[in-house]
Write a protein that binds this ligand. Structure first.
Ligand code: ADP
Ligand code: MG
Length: 756
């Protein structure tokens, strides 16, 4: 233990809080000892405990490195008394007492061991990040503490948390605060005047700034914040170029989650050389890197967002909040007065949000809904979240899961299905999990994984204008194959394979209308999904169903996107989609070419504004599918429904009926039905004529004058009421001719309770 750290000053208060009740909120500056000391203190304080103290970490890098540090301080071997568990890596044993875990692991424990037997305390570290999974984990732990484990200790810790709402959420938990030892940090913003050019890539500006700091100051390490591994790589390249010819050697280091653990630890090793460390926001609050005197902040981070167009979550590049920027700046004030260079102008600083928006308010919620359903939460809309997501978004998530066959029942009482449970074993978006599960039945998991990877990437086919005929012709030659236009998958796969064969070389790709960067990312996602399928045991399975080659992948596509069916109008590219909307199959869609197929499933429904300012719904990445496949996929009421529908045929001026097949409100097909139902026929007539009554002499001559004399009564009649009255008056009629002769007034008087 390091008893000299600021957190030790709070020891008596902590003891008292722990003795009083089971939940506590702790706010103390970065570096004061929350992560490394509290767990040790607690272990010493509670000799009667025999279970684990679990410390939740948002990032794998932090979980590993902090576990190692605590083991060192306790003189223990990592993996024995102190350990960590992250995805694909479990460094704990049965007797482990302090265990650092990432959010996904804690949720899995909660699922497999709902009472968390063997766990005495859960510490939610870095809670200000408000990651989706930590919000969910806290909600589930709170419920567990309330209902079955009153002694389970919960602690929420952070450097920058707004503590009061969390304390209230935890039933009035005490808030403990510590002041840190921090030196003042000067803030220097970019200005247009000093010749810096905000159009230059942020890594070049960061490298230039570092070179100046090295030149102008005698000592101290520099910490550079970049959003992700890619930008870190670019920054290191730019630094190497900028520092060429520099007299004193400089140690350049990267820090991000994709590095092997040994590389990650290098930032903590002592060094004779002056250092520049280029890091993601893992160094913002999770890890305290020694020796920093100056911070260079790009002002950006990669944040999980929901992309409605593709119906999936993505990692988007975003501007960080003011609170994050202040945390980053604070990293320069640990040793003495420091400087933070913000690579954005001061006048745009005010536009930044004050704090991070909780992830639960931003992302698509089907994943959350599925996880919670697996934890036995049936009423999601009523679930006790710290910040409740918008009910409309919860509703949409449940609807999607019902369409996928993962949930069943009403939104306020939804339960998980076998399919839903199986989907949870694949940590991918529910759409892709569902696709891969279906693929296992046909023995085409690899194909489905590739398709999912292609769909999750942004535009594998580059935007090519219609006038760029050479590129278009090149692309068509590579990706199109006659007789294989039932699905865009076949073309997209050829595009990907072409790019891979060219080693993603930009020129070769662009001249063929293929985006090399997307293609490279598709390759990585594909490998990841394959690994996932492998560890879920999907790859070795023998196919359960034999279907013609070429059908299987389309059936998988359908399984993941069944809520996005489109019916195509004969000889056109216009389609009907759900909710009464119309869309156009995109030019790039090979499936749309010269085919006479009627029913498609599409992955992308995107609204665009054309050059002439019109709004247009574009449909892309399509597969031709069959009604029978839809029928086999999800049973009613969440799947297909068939009913007799009556409607007024304006041409023949009579009611006709059809047996209509619908997926939700989208009509997939119909056959004439000759026996009319009198009630339904009367309703169809009423619906047609309710706003055209002035065409009917019997209305004009009797009912209207009668109503005209009873203004007050007339004003109370709604359209629905009038429709019901007409339907009563017209019961037994099926043609226009027949209603011309039917009196309306008696029905009107009866409905309004007036005698003649
Ligand atoms: P907090 O969680 O409050 O930010 P920590 O418990 O992570 O603080 O760290 C407390 C102190 O321990 C820091 O000031 C840092 O100097 C030191 N420390 C933490 N981890 C390491 C490490 N891996 N190597 C060296 N020092 C470390
Ligand atoms: Mg910490």
């Amino acid at each position: 233990m390091q008893n000299d750290l600021p957190i030790w000053a709070l020891r008596d208060e902590l003891r008292e809080a722990w003795a009083q009740q089971p939940s506590t909120v702790l706010v103390a500056p970065t570096g004061s000892g929350k992560t490394t000391q509290i767990c040790q203190m607690l272990l010493a304080e509670r000799p009667a405990w025999t279970g684990r103290i679990v410390v939740l970490q948002p990032r794998r890098v932090a979980a590993r490195s902090v576990a190692r540090r605590v083991a060192e301080e306790m003189g223990a071997t990592l993996g024995e008394k102190v350990g960590y568990q992250v995805r694909f890596e479990d460094v704990t044993e049965l007797g482990t007492r302090i265990c650092f875990v990432t959010e996904g692991i804690l949720l899995r424990w909660l699922h497999d061991n709902p009472d968390l037997n063997g766990v005495d305390a859960v510490l939610f570290d870095e809670f200000h990040e408000r990651n989706l999974l930590s919000d969910i984990a806290l909600a589930l732990c709170k419920r567990l503490q309330r209902e079955r484990r009153p002694g389970l200790m919960l602690m929420v810790m952070s450097a920058t948390l707004e503590a009061a709402p969390v304390a209230a959420y935890l039933g009035g938990a005490p808030i403990l605060e510590s002041r840190g030892r921090e030196f003042p940090v000067d803030l220097v913003y970019e200005t247009w005047e000093d010749g810096s050019d905000l159009e230059r890539p942020v890594w070049e500006r960061a490298a230039a700034r570092c070179a100046r700091i090295l030149r102008d100051t005698p000592e101290g390490d520099i910490l550079v914040f970049m959003p992700g591994a890619y930008e870190i790589g670019q920054t290191l390249d730019a630094l190497r170029a900028a520092l060429r010819g520099q007299a004193a050697p400089i140690l350049l280091l990267a820090l991000h989650g994709e590095l092997p653990p040994r590389e990650q630890d290098r930032v903590f090793a002592p060094s004779e050389l002056r250092r520049i460390i280029v890091s993601t926001n893992v160094a913002e609050t999770s890890l305290t890197i020694p020796g920093i005197r100056a911070v260079v902040d790009s002002g950006q981070a990669r944040v999980a967002r929901f992309d409605a167009g593709r119906g999936i979550g993505t990692l988007a590049l975003e501007e960080i909040s003011k609170a994050s920027a202040d945390q980053r700046a604070g990293r320069a004030g640990r040793l003495g007065p420091g400087v933070c260079y913000r690579l954005w102008p001061e006048k745009t600083h005010e536009r930044r949000p004050a704090r991070n928006t909780p992830e639960i308010q931003r992302v698509e919620l089907s994943d959350v809904a599925l996880q919670l359903a697996a934890h036995g939460v049936t009423d999601l809309e009523g679930f006790d979240f710290l910040d409740r997501p918008d009910p409309g978004r919860i509703h949409a998530a449940i609807e999607l899961l019902r369409a996928l066959g993962a949930l069943t029942g009403e939104p306020r009482n939804a339960s998980i299905t076998e399919v839903g449970r199986a989907m949870l074993r694949l940590p991918a978006h529910p759409r892709y999990a569902r696709m891969m599960l279906e693929a296992a039945r046909y023995g085409c998991v690899r194909e489905a994984a590739l398709f999912a990877a292609i769909m999750s990437g942004r535009e594998l086919l580059a935007r090519v204008g219609r006038q760029e005929t050479i590129t278009l012709r090149n692309r068509a030659r590579v990706i199109e194959k006659s007789g294989e236009n039932q699905s865009d998958f076949f073309a997209l796969r050829r595009a990907f394979e072409f790019a891979r064969a060219q080693d993603f070389e930009p020129r070769a790709c662009y001249t063929h209308g293929i985006n090399p960067h997307t293609a490279r990312e598709v390759g990585l996602t594909f490998a990841q999904l394959e690994r996932m399928a492998e560890s879920a045991g999907l790859l070795g399975m023998a196919p359960e169903l034999e279907v013609p080659p070429g059908d299987a992948i389309r059936r998988c596509h359908l399984a993941g996107f069944v809520d996005q069916l489109a019916t195509r109008q004969a000889g056109a590219t216009t389609c009907h989609v759900a909710d009464g909307h119309e869309g156009e199959l995109a030019d790039e869609s090979v499936a749309a070419r010269g085919s006479s197929h009627r029913l498609y499933v599409v992955s992308e429904i995107r609204e665009i504004t054309t050059r002439s300012g019109e709004k247009l719904t574009l449909l892309n990445t399509a597969s031709a599918v069959e009604v029978a496949w839809v029928r086999a996929l999800v049973p009613p009421p969440d799947g297909l429904s068939e009913s007799i529908e009556h409607l007024y045929d304006r041409l023949n001026k009579r009611v006709v009926a059809a047996r209509v097949l619908r997926y939700r409100d989208l009509m997939l097909g119909g056959e004439p039905h000759f026996a009319l139902d009198p009630q339904a026929a009367a309703r169809a007539l009423a619906g047609e004529f309710v706003d055209k009554l002035e065409k009917l002499p019997v209305w004009n001559n009797t009912a209207r004058p009668w109503l005209a004399q009873r203004r007050e009564l007339a004003s109370k009649i709604s359209v629905e009421m009038l429709e019901a009255i007409l339907a009563t008056a017209w019961l037994g009629a099926t043609t226009y001719k027949e209603i011309l002769e039917r009196p309306i007034l008696p029905a009107l008087q009866a409905a309004l309770g007036e005698g003649t």
